[in-house]
Design a protein around this ligand. Structure first.
Ligand SMILES: [Zn+2]
Length: 128
């Protein structure tokens, strides 16, 4: 188990860690924007007493659901980024969590938070 090493050298690891940290910042700021939008939407619902706003209620609900689904995606991505940073700390970054082999370098560069090798990622995305 401990024998497996990722295909990444120290410099690549540093670069990827930097990218992950930047990605994390970006996701956190996106999350903040979404939360503010959701919050202000719910605020205007509470205070929106005039009748002419009821026509917009359906649209507002749709927009809130869309915001929430974007929020879920962002949170999901954030979890992956955090977990990748955690794996860097534990020196298991770049290693497939499923089969324990090194994740392809091209894959990890395209997707720094990837935790599965190409083969396992494909198996994962296939409907069961
Ligand atoms: Zn694998």
């Amino acid at each position: 188990m401990a024998a497996t090493k990722s295909a990444l050298n120290a410099k690549e690891l540093t670069d990827l860690k930097k990218r992950l940290l930047e990605e994390r910042e970006e996701l956190l700021s996106q999350l903040k924007t979404i939360e503010e939008a959701v919050f202000s939407a719910s605020q205007s619902d509470l205070t929106g007493e005039s009748d002419d706003e009821s026509a917009d209620a359906g649209t507002a609900t749709f927009e809130r659901e869309r915001d929430l689904s974007i929020e879920n995606n962002v949170r999901d991505l954030l979890r992956k980024v955090d977990s990748a940073l955690d794996r860097i700390g534990k020196k298991t970054y770049g290693i497939c969590v499923r089969c324990g082999k090194a994740i392809e370098k091209s894959r990890i560069k395209a997707l720094p938070y990837a935790d599965l090798c190409i083969k396992d990622a494909q198996a994962e995305s296939r409907p069961r």
